[in-house]
Design a protein around this ligand. Structure first.
Ligand code: SF4
Ligand code: SF4
Length: 667
């Protein structure tokens, strides 16, 4: 008897062969049917062009998909997940080999013989044990340690899948162990098969054949049961995670347009998401891909202060709702199923600060901000249903062109006495300073604008400002869902930039910087945009500025979301601080891409908040490291953190400054 090939045909002869074929056909048919139904759901979605930047996508797939780069952000869970993921890849090949050799008795993958076969068998054997151990630890963590972030997840499914994985490993062990004894071979197998060999030693030949036969069948049956369970459960991510990583958003700073392929918002009958069919196909793929790991919610600042927002729950609700309204054996009415007010509530929508912490943490690159803003768009533009404070802000922007409601006549007041050039007077400049509404109208932020101007003047930069022709960049309007107002403001600004032939813009505000850099190009804006920290670092590097004075204080840096997570600028502000003589940098525990929002983004600077406030929680986190100076690089973060310090009655004890001000003082 040749036991290199499966028990199915060997023991059952022709009937075993037919049974294997029947299992395969049944298993695959059901699987294809379920996948077809899921695919139909994705096809309901609106277009979303994700086929560009193929090189970047392939590299992301390797790093974030296969190498699971984000998993170790949660060390223990990450390591367990990496082991199980690679176990699936290695062992999947073996399960397929077993199946195929049952379908074609005597056939084996050609590369399974020789040196590769021995190495593979040994590696696979080791993986069997490691995956077995990892799955048991995962069960222990869920059942005993009970991480908070797993709360509300589908626990039964998680246990079931872990048990199935364990069962697959055990049946593999016994299949190989019995085979080795029956063949009087070591077969290059290491630990797992040898362990089962020890367990089976002394068993009769008939008993060994039975063990071999049943472990084979149980393995194959479990394999197909598992395969068909995937698209019916949260474990669909085992199939969809790699495509989801491949199709991830490339430019995170830019919100998606209301409809891909439509340039002018006036061409649209409806804007935003109200029903399921308003999602894009990628947004629906996101729902299928959520692993329910809870990392997003664990890092969500709104959730941390008990606001009714949990990104994980949003994905779970939308996936479960999709499955329920798209039943396997009937058509359902998912396309027209209402989302807004039914599945997702307004309190969830308006609690989001668009900080991006959820998206940064998600191991499978699920996107939230675009979905939340799309839902806001429907409320704002189709129904005029939004918080009262937002209405006032919209009115000010419409009438005055700025959210402070001061108007163009007062826009230049902060610059009195600075001998500043405006482009109206002289458009022959190397760089335009984009002041922003906060920098022009908020008294605290005006000090930052003045400091920046003095730095530029000291460095001999030929720069100017738009002055009265500068309008709000539109960040607030866009992130609160008023795409229409955003486009009016953005187009006006773009026209002005082009009128004065502006090629390079520097901004102190990360919101203006992000909007001009990432969102104006779709509307025809063509210019280079840099942030003030980048520009200052460049001037220091070129010795046009030098930091001479000593600080001798413990200083910390708070990463603004729109500079850090949305644009990847983490190191430059830290490098600037490291150049200040005597500055002792202390990092808050949540820093860089793990930084915690100040609470101002997504329109929240102008919204009322009850209960614990995000800026106060962030201030607590920062104060843990006992800094004497808190620096940041955003006017909104500056105001929010100053407010946080005031709420702790620590004004004067801990200073809050923009990094521009610090540099200006150290020159
Ligand atoms: S963007 Fe920030 S506030 Fe909004 S859901 Fe994600 S983590 Fe929460
Ligand atoms: S969205 Fe991502 S981070 Fe959040 S629960 Fe799902 S997989 Fe985890």
């Amino acid at each position: 008897m040749n036991l290199n090939h499966p028990a199915a045909a060997s023991y059952f002869g022709l009937s075993g062969y037919y049974i294997t074929w029947m299992i395969l056909m049944a298993g695959l048919s059901v699987f294809c049917f379920i996948i077809f139904k899921r695919f139909k759901l994705i096809r309901i979605g609106k277009p979303d062009p994700r086929y560009t930047d193929i090189g970047q996508r392939v590299s992301g797939l390797i790093k974030d998909g296969f190498l699971q780069r984000r998993q170790p952000r949660y060390r223990m869970a990450g390591i367990l997940h990496i082991i199980i993921f690679w176990g699936f890849i290695v062992l999947g090949l073996h399960s397929t080999d077993l199946l195929i050799s049952g379908l074609w008795p005597g056939y084996a993958f050609p590369f399974m013989g020789g040196l590769f076969g021995s190495v593979y068998n040994s590696v696979k054997d080791l993986f069997v044990l490691i995956v077995l151990a990892a799955s048991m630890v995962a069960i222990y963590r869920r059942a005993v340690i009970k991480p908070h972030r797993y709360q509300d997840s589908h626990q039964f499914e998680a246990y079931l899948v872990l048990c199935l994985i364990i069962f697959l490993m055990i049946t593999d062990m016994f299949y190989e162990g019995s085979r080795l004894i029956l063949e009087h071979s070591t077969g290059g197998f290491l630990v797992a098969a040898q362990l089962s060999k020890i367990t089976l030693s002394g068993a009769s030949h008939d008993a060994l054949e039975s063990v071999n036969r049943f472990s084979y069948w149980l393995h194959i049956l479990t394999f197909f049961f598992f395969l068909n369970l995937l698209p019916l459960s949260k474990h669909f991510h085992i199939i969809t995670a790699l495509p989801n990583v491949f199709f991830k958003k490339i430019n995170r700073g830019a919100l998606k347009p209301p409809r891909w392929g439509i340039k002018d918002i006036d061409q649209l009958d409806a804007v935003g998401i109200q029903t399921y069919r308003d999602f894009t196909w990628k947004q629906i793929l996101d729902f299928f891909t959520c692993t329910e790991c809870g990392r997003c919610t664990d890092n969500c600042p709104a959730n941390a202060v008990d606001k009714p927002l949990s990104p994980k729950t949003i994905s779970m609700k939308l996936r479960d709702f999709g499955y329920q309204n798209s039943p396997l054996f009937s058509n359902g009415n998912i396309e027209n199923a209402l989302i807004l007010g039914e599945v997702i509530q307004d309190e969830e929508l308006w609690a989001c600060t668009t900080c991006g912490a959820c998206e940064e943490e998600c191991p499978v690159f699920i996107e939230y901000i675009d979905k939340i803003v799309d839902l806001r768009r429907w409320r704002v533009l189709m129904e005029s249903k939004f918080p009262r404070e937002i209405e006032q802000a919209y009115r000010k922007m419409e009438i005055y062109g700025d959210i402070w409601g001061m108007g163009a006549a007062l826009r230049n007041d902060w610059a009195k006495g600075l001998n500043l050039k405006t482009v109206q007077a002289d458009a022959d400049i190397d760089v335009l300073y984009w002041v922003g509404c906060a920098g022009a109208f908020d008294s605290r932020s005006q000090q930052v604008s003045v400091s920046f101007v003095k730095l530029l003047q000291k460095a001999g930069v030929n720069f100017g400002i738009l002055g009265k022709e500068e309008n709000c960049c539109g960040d607030y309007a866009r992130r609160t869902g008023n795409e229409y107002l955003f486009e009016i403001l953005a187009k006006k600004n773009i026209e002005t930039f082009h009128k004065y032939d502006i090629k390079k813009i520097v901004a102190t505000c990360p919101h203006g910087y992000n909007t001009l850099k990432n969102e104006y190009s779709r509307l025809g804006g063509k210019f280079e945009v840099i942030h003030a920290t980048e520009y200052i670092f460049q001037l220091l590097d070129e010795n046009k500025l030098s930091l001479n004075k000593e600080l001798n204080k413990a200083i910390t840096y708070h990463d603004p979301c729109y500079l850090g997570r949305h644009n990847g600028i983490y190191e430059i502000p830290r490098k600037i601080i490291s150049l200040i003589p005597g500055a002792k940098m202390v990092e808050p525990e949540k820093n860089k891409d793990k930084s915690f929002c100040c609470g101002a983004g997504g329109g929240h600077f102008w919204m009322e908040s009850s209960g614990q406030r995000i800026n106060e929680l962030r201030t607590d986190q920062i104060l843990e490291k006992k800094p004497e100076i808190i620096t940041t690089a955003c006017p909104y973060c500056l105001i929010m953190l100053e407010d946080g310090i005031a709420s702790k009655e620590m004004k004067g004890q801990v200073l809050v400054k923009d990094i521009v001000e610090i540099v200006s003082e150290m020159i």
